[in-house]
Design a protein. Structure first.
Length: 150
Protein backbone atom coordinates (compact mmCIF):
# COMPACT_ATOMS: atom_id res chain seq x y z
CA UNK A 1 0.00 0.00 0.00
CA UNK A 2 1.34 3.41 -0.92
CA UNK A 3 1.79 5.85 1.88
CA UNK A 4 -0.79 8.62 1.89
CA UNK A 5 0.59 12.05 2.27
CA UNK A 6 -1.08 13.79 5.16
CA UNK A 7 -0.78 17.54 5.17
CA UNK A 8 -0.99 19.36 8.43
CA UNK A 9 -3.97 21.71 8.34
CA UNK A 10 -2.98 25.37 8.22
CA UNK A 11 -3.94 27.04 11.49
CA UNK A 12 -6.76 29.53 10.89
CA UNK A 13 -5.51 33.11 10.58
CA UNK A 14 -5.82 34.97 13.81
CA UNK A 15 -4.53 38.22 15.27
CA UNK A 16 -4.77 40.23 18.47
CA UNK A 17 -3.71 43.86 18.94
CA UNK A 18 -3.92 45.82 22.19
CA UNK A 19 -4.36 49.57 21.75
CA UNK A 20 -4.50 52.50 24.13
CA UNK A 21 -8.09 53.53 24.85
CA UNK A 22 -7.70 56.88 23.07
CA UNK A 23 -9.80 58.17 20.15
CA UNK A 24 -6.86 57.98 17.72
CA UNK A 25 -6.74 54.21 18.19
CA UNK A 26 -9.91 53.80 16.11
CA UNK A 27 -7.90 54.72 13.03
CA UNK A 28 -5.18 52.26 13.97
CA UNK A 29 -7.77 49.52 14.48
CA UNK A 30 -9.25 50.20 11.01
CA UNK A 31 -5.84 50.18 9.39
CA UNK A 32 -4.87 46.98 11.19
CA UNK A 33 -8.00 45.13 10.06
CA UNK A 34 -7.54 46.45 6.52
CA UNK A 35 -3.94 45.22 6.35
CA UNK A 36 -4.72 41.82 7.85
CA UNK A 37 -7.59 41.06 5.48
CA UNK A 38 -5.47 42.19 2.57
CA UNK A 39 -2.65 39.87 3.70
CA UNK A 40 -5.09 37.00 4.27
CA UNK A 41 -6.46 37.52 0.73
CA UNK A 42 -9.96 38.43 1.85
CA UNK A 43 -10.26 41.86 0.20
CA UNK A 44 -14.05 41.54 -0.20
CA UNK A 45 -14.40 41.71 3.61
CA UNK A 46 -12.28 44.81 4.11
CA UNK A 47 -14.86 47.56 3.71
CA UNK A 48 -17.40 46.00 6.03
CA UNK A 49 -14.80 44.91 8.56
CA UNK A 50 -13.41 48.46 8.75
CA UNK A 51 -16.86 49.89 9.47
CA UNK A 52 -17.58 47.29 12.11
CA UNK A 53 -14.24 47.66 13.89
CA UNK A 54 -14.70 51.45 13.89
CA UNK A 55 -18.07 51.21 15.61
CA UNK A 56 -16.97 48.58 18.13
CA UNK A 57 -13.69 50.26 19.02
CA UNK A 58 -15.29 53.72 19.31
CA UNK A 59 -17.75 52.27 21.80
CA UNK A 60 -15.02 50.38 23.67
CA UNK A 61 -12.85 53.50 24.02
CA UNK A 62 -15.78 55.57 25.26
CA UNK A 63 -16.66 52.97 27.88
CA UNK A 64 -13.19 52.59 29.35
CA UNK A 65 -10.89 55.23 27.96
CA UNK A 66 -9.96 58.84 27.61
CA UNK A 67 -12.04 60.82 25.17
CA UNK A 68 -9.36 63.16 23.87
CA UNK A 69 -6.15 62.42 21.99
CA UNK A 70 -4.34 65.14 23.94
CA UNK A 71 -5.20 64.47 27.60
CA UNK A 72 -3.56 66.37 30.42
CA UNK A 73 -0.53 64.61 31.91
CA UNK A 74 -2.52 64.10 35.10
CA UNK A 75 -5.05 61.97 33.29
CA UNK A 76 -2.27 59.83 31.90
CA UNK A 77 -0.59 59.30 35.25
CA UNK A 78 -3.88 58.21 36.80
CA UNK A 79 -3.91 55.23 34.46
CA UNK A 80 -4.65 54.60 30.84
CA UNK A 81 -6.87 51.73 29.88
CA UNK A 82 -6.45 49.55 26.84
CA UNK A 83 -8.79 47.96 24.38
CA UNK A 84 -7.92 44.83 22.43
CA UNK A 85 -8.92 44.20 18.82
CA UNK A 86 -8.90 40.60 17.61
CA UNK A 87 -9.65 39.23 14.20
CA UNK A 88 -9.91 35.61 13.21
CA UNK A 89 -11.15 33.74 10.21
CA UNK A 90 -12.98 30.43 10.40
CA UNK A 91 -14.43 28.81 7.26
CA UNK A 92 -14.00 32.05 5.26
CA UNK A 93 -15.96 33.97 7.87
CA UNK A 94 -14.19 36.82 9.66
CA UNK A 95 -14.98 37.51 13.29
CA UNK A 96 -13.97 40.80 14.88
CA UNK A 97 -13.74 41.00 18.65
CA UNK A 98 -13.12 44.13 20.69
CA UNK A 99 -12.38 43.82 24.39
CA UNK A 100 -12.84 46.68 26.84
CA UNK A 101 -12.50 46.95 30.59
CA UNK A 102 -16.17 47.65 31.32
CA UNK A 103 -18.47 44.76 32.17
CA UNK A 104 -21.56 46.74 31.03
CA UNK A 105 -23.34 45.15 28.09
CA UNK A 106 -23.85 46.88 24.74
CA UNK A 107 -27.46 47.34 23.65
CA UNK A 108 -29.10 48.60 20.50
CA UNK A 109 -30.70 51.96 21.18
CA UNK A 110 -34.12 52.99 19.98
CA UNK A 111 -32.76 56.15 18.34
CA UNK A 112 -35.13 58.91 17.16
CA UNK A 113 -34.39 60.47 13.75
CA UNK A 114 -33.24 63.65 15.58
CA UNK A 115 -30.85 61.83 17.89
CA UNK A 116 -27.19 62.47 17.21
CA UNK A 117 -25.96 59.03 18.20
CA UNK A 118 -27.29 55.59 18.93
CA UNK A 119 -26.85 54.08 15.47
CA UNK A 120 -23.51 52.30 15.69
CA UNK A 121 -24.83 48.93 16.76
CA UNK A 122 -27.73 49.20 14.29
CA UNK A 123 -25.08 49.42 11.61
CA UNK A 124 -23.16 46.51 13.12
CA UNK A 125 -26.32 44.42 13.14
CA UNK A 126 -26.99 45.26 9.48
CA UNK A 127 -23.46 44.45 8.37
CA UNK A 128 -22.98 41.19 10.23
CA UNK A 129 -24.49 37.73 10.26
CA UNK A 130 -24.52 37.86 14.06
CA UNK A 131 -23.00 39.78 16.92
CA UNK A 132 -22.94 39.53 20.68
CA UNK A 133 -20.80 39.90 23.75
CA UNK A 134 -19.24 37.77 26.44
CA UNK A 135 -17.53 38.44 29.74
CA UNK A 136 -14.17 36.71 30.11
CA UNK A 137 -13.41 35.45 33.63
CA UNK A 138 -10.44 37.80 33.73
CA UNK A 139 -12.71 40.86 33.51
CA UNK A 140 -14.19 43.38 31.12
CA UNK A 141 -16.08 42.13 28.11
CA UNK A 142 -15.63 41.25 24.48
CA UNK A 143 -18.10 42.52 21.88
CA UNK A 144 -17.85 40.36 18.76
CA UNK A 145 -19.36 40.42 15.29
CA UNK A 146 -19.23 38.03 12.35
CA UNK A 147 -18.77 39.90 9.10
CA UNK A 148 -21.27 39.39 6.31
CA UNK A 149 -19.37 39.25 3.01
CA UNK A 150 -20.30 42.39 1.01
N1 LIG B 1 -18.55 48.48 24.57
C1 LIG B 1 -19.64 48.89 25.22
N2 LIG B 1 -19.71 48.82 26.59
C2 LIG B 1 -20.81 49.21 27.26
N3 LIG B 1 -21.90 49.72 26.67
C3 LIG B 1 -21.89 49.82 25.34
C4 LIG B 1 -20.78 49.41 24.52
N4 LIG B 1 -21.09 49.61 23.23
C5 LIG B 1 -22.33 50.13 23.22
N5 LIG B 1 -22.80 50.28 24.47
C6 LIG B 1 -24.11 50.80 24.87
O1 LIG B 1 -24.98 50.58 23.79
C7 LIG B 1 -25.50 51.84 23.35
C8 LIG B 1 -25.69 51.80 21.85
O2 LIG B 1 -24.44 51.80 21.19
P1 LIG B 1 -24.35 52.41 19.73
O3 LIG B 1 -22.97 52.21 19.25
O4 LIG B 1 -25.47 51.84 18.90
O5 LIG B 1 -24.70 53.94 19.91
P2 LIG B 1 -23.82 55.14 20.47
O6 LIG B 1 -22.42 54.67 20.66
O7 LIG B 1 -24.55 55.68 21.68
O8 LIG B 1 -23.91 56.21 19.30
P3 LIG B 1 -23.18 56.16 17.87
O9 LIG B 1 -22.50 54.83 17.74
O10 LIG B 1 -24.27 56.35 16.86
O11 LIG B 1 -22.21 57.30 17.91
C9 LIG B 1 -24.51 52.87 23.84
O12 LIG B 1 -25.10 54.14 24.00
C10 LIG B 1 -24.06 52.28 25.16
O13 LIG B 1 -25.01 52.57 26.17
MG1 LIG C 1 -21.40 53.73 19.08
Amino acid sequence: MNPTSVQAAEPPPTSRLALAALPGSVRTARRHVHDLLHRWELPHLIETAELVVSELSTNAIRETGIMTDSPGYGELTSGLNAICVSLHVVDSRAVIEVWDASPSPPHIKDADPDDEGGRGLFLVEALTTRWGFRRPETGGKVVWAEIKPG
